[in-house]
Design a protein around this ligand. Sequence first.
Ligand code: ADP
Ligand code: MG
Length: 345
Amino acid sequence: LSPSPRRPIRELPDELISQIAAGEVVERPASVVRELVDNALDAGATQITVRLLAGGVRLISVEDDGGGIPREELPVALKRHATSKISSLQELESVGTMGFRGEALAAINSIAELALLSRTSGQSSAFFLDGRSGELKPAARGTGTTVEVKELFFSTPARRKFLKTDATELAHCIEAVRRHALARPEVGFAIWHEGKLVEQWRACPGEAGRDQRLADVLGEDFIEQSVAVDHGAGGAVRVTGRAGIPDAARSRADQQFCYVNGRYVRDKVLTHAARSAYEDVLHGQRQPVYALYVEIDPTRVDVNVHPTKIEVRFRDSREVHQAVRHAVENALAAPRAAAAAALPP
Ligand code: ADP
Ligand code: MG
């Protein structure tokens, strides 16, 4: 192979930059669902409705009753690195919102047909923005935002080919919403597919909301076969949630949910800590079930590690590991856990 002749260095066109970024952020329809639900939550929504066609490939629509986007900002929302959530490095260090990179809408707009329909409480009308043509016109809806994404990957057939069946993509979309739902019991969620309601989790406000939501999403069994975790109140790392009794362990690690400051994460420190708490009570390849919510000073965790923000880095991972391990160990050692574990199968 002879090397091709060198071409001069050029800046890539904006559209191509967004498409490259989209490759990192949007792997499949579920990635779009996750980003749009993140945005709805950041906007203060209390009810979020997700509508899908063909597993999300033909249509993903996410409707919320949050604060909306003012008319003049609608076109800005689709620009790369445009965000209302941070404006300085200092704010990045202590970010409390799900989003902050200002990337998702621009990325999605470059690989699908995106439209925004939004109304703030101060406006007398909603406005509709077509992401392709840039057309902006008055429209009807109450306060809040609907983001519509059609024909995902229409311009990137290589990615489109990697998609699985509609049923599999739908399952991933539902899983994405489920992860949000477990973190935000006070918000109601509904998922429609091909015009049918496939999941609905009603808002569960108040103290008991968390357990009610866990029961609604994971089933009553999850609550009956788990114990409350509450550790480190007032300390640097607080861990709450529920840990399954050893008998509730499964062959697959499909009911292990970890959150850091309300964000669903996949993190080796957390999963290792949780697993090690079961060291003496769970043998072989059995996988414990749990939903653990870690609250930590935002300056002690870096969420800007991965474009999808599913990975985090702790400033002191030993401290977090210990907190999670102790939290789960203590919960499992509590009398109720011992009694439940002793029940005949
Ligand atoms: P980020 O969430 O990182 O800020 P996005 O590209 O996801 O970036 O969104 C860009 C901006 O558009 C957000 O900062 C927000 O101001 C606005 N926005 C997006 N979705 C919504 C929504 N559902 N409700 C209100 N504002 C929204
Ligand atoms: Mg976002």
